[in-house]
Design a binder for this molecule. Structure first.
Ligand SMILES: [Zn+2]
Length: 504
């Protein structure tokens, strides 16, 4: 993609001249405070062993949140979370006991007992299900279902056997259909939703937002038993001559307060100051390993103390700059990304600034490591969904002035679009991408992701490129757009249109 962009710029002399013009005095002034040492200071604290890998929830995560808020306060940025710099979210941690779990599927004259270790339960309440009739779901026809067909039934659907070897788009498409089915089923009151699949199961502590106003979903059981998966997989869609009896134990829930950390720099243009650009990163990581010799702390220096430090450093540059941008800039760090984009999903559901007025989201991940498994990425910056939005062009033009080239990985850039918090804003229609130095690095999600392995001189240049991009987007009266000619943006273009429909 970087090559294509270059061809585009060469073929357009006017754009080319603009792109190579030197930095304006206000741009020079903005960028000059961004420093490698300052970044190193932030990353080394956030990824220190003391913070124990910043799991969601944990004391280490709360200390990180307090650190970020303290930095915002020191910069004189406006607190924008509702509770000072904190946007506090009420969640529960959920542990699912399995000791009293029982399940038997009757089908084709056979009784199949599902052992505890072959099932994962996801429920908000205990349930006793007695001889509930089986109903096989067609994921393409969920919108035609009626309450009469579904109420009290054991609804079953199967994950394709090749789910993890599918093309990324096909898998994403399947996951979307599955998520839609869950939403529809929550209203149709089945006794139980049974999913079968062939992969490994999820385990450990889950998170659930409390009092989110939605209807309580039916108890769900994911069955990893091969025989059951095959038998149920072979059933045609519709009512089946079989039944399910199950005892589902209640989950153990503990309320917990989680925090996004949010600061505002108000723009100076009378009209554009009421529009917003989000600069974001997740400040959580995956905590510590429960077993193993030696170091068990997953420090998460590159993932994503580097993005968090970059948000702080760029916020400082804007706070200290003699001139303000026209649009307002929101600096925000999220909890719970590693457990499934929880902080950014929460923000998408409870936006502090109107989403209609939020014109872009630059999300930062993995800004420090240049030792990509496929070779060095020193001097390079990339964005997930590079050719999904017009932000890619601004990034490339900014890089020409800061000595950074943009690069595009044929497979990874699109595949990583859904793997970070930009997805939550993109789903709402906001042009949103994740910027990174490299996609895949050796210590990913391991105790070896430590602060002394990051290239801070390079990170300084990347952050200057991000700051310049942010500045230019913030001063451009024309907001960034989804690129409609790219078929992969269809869903986001639709969301964008829905978001802006009310404005007429
Ligand atoms: Zn990350």
């Amino acid at each position: 993609m970087s090559r294509k962009t270059l061809v585009f710029l060469l073929a357009a002399p006017a754009a080319c001249l603009l792109a190579v013009s030197p930095l304006s005095p206000s741009e020079e002034a903005l960028l000059k405070s961004i420093s490698a040492d300052s970044l190193k200071g932030h990353v080394s604290f956030l990824s220190s062993d003391l913070l124990e890998g910043r799991d969601t929830p944990s004391r280490g995560l709360d200390i990180a949140a307090e650190y970020i808020a303290t930095r915002f306060r020191a910069l004189g940025l406006e607190p924008a979370g509702g509770d000072g710099y904190f946007q506090t979210a009420n969640f529960a941690t959920v542990i699912q006991p399995m000791d009293s779990f029982e399940m038997t599927i009757k089908l084709g004259g056979k009784d199949m007992a599902i052992p505890k270790d072959k099932a994962n339960v996801n429920t908000q309440r205990a349930a006793e299900v007695k001889d509930a009739a089986l109903f096989k779901l067609d994921l393409d026809a969920v919108d035609t279902l009626t309450p009469e067909q579904i109420e009290g039934k054991a609804v079953v659907w199967t994950m394709p056997e090749n789910l993890f070897s599918m093309a990324d788009d096909d898998r994403a498409n399947f996951m979307r259909k599955a998520a839609h089915a869950r939403t529809v089923l929550a209203k149709l009151k089945p006794a139980l939703v049974l999913t079968t699949g062939f992969g490994g199961g999820m385990s450990g502590v889950r998170l659930r937002e409390l009092a989110d106003g939605g209807s309580t979903p039916p108890p769900g059981v994911f069955v990893r038993d091969q025989d059951a998966a095959r038998m149920l997989g072979d059933l045609p869609a519709g009512p089946a001559a079989g039944s399910v009896t199950a005892r589902i134990p209640a989950p153990e829930e503990t309320p917990v307060k989680l925090k996004n950390v949010v600061a505002l720099l108000r723009g100076e243009d009378l009209v554009l100051k009421d529009t917003y650009i989000l600069l974001t990163a997740h400040y959580d990581h995956i905590g510590t390993r429960t077993s193993g010799d030696g170091d068990r702390i997953n420090n998460g220096a590159n993932d994503d103390a580097s993005g968090t430090a970059s948000v702080l450093e760029i916020a400082a540059a804007f706070a200290k700059a003699p001139q303000r941008p026209k649009r307002s800039i929101v600096f925000m760090t999220y909890f719970g990304e590693e457990k499934g984009l929880y902080g950014s999903r929460y923000y998408g559901k409870h936006p502090i600034f109107p989403l209609q007025k939020t014109i872009a989201n630059l999300n930062l991940e993995q800004m420090g490591r240049t030792d990509d498994t496929e070779g060095s990425t020193e001097g390079k910056l990339t964005a997930s969904g590079f050719n999904y939005t017009t932000l890619g062009e601004v990034l490339t033009a900014s890089g020409k002035l800061t000595g950074i080239t943009t690069w595009f990985h044929e497979k990874n850039n699109d595949a990583f679009f859904g793997r970070s918090d930009n997805q939550s804003l993109a789903d709402a229609g906001v042009p949103a991408v994740t910027l990174a130095a490299a996609w895949i690095f050796p210590d990913y999600h391991r105790p070896g992701d430590e602060w002394n392995k990051l290239d801070y001189a390079n990170m300084e240049k990347l952050d200057k490129t991000v700051a310049l991009t942010l500045w230019r987007v913030a001063n451009d009266p024309a907001p960034p757009k989804w690129i409609e000619s790219n078929p992969k943006t269809a869903k986001y273009v639709k969301a964008y249109q829905a978001l802006h429909a009310v404005e007429q």
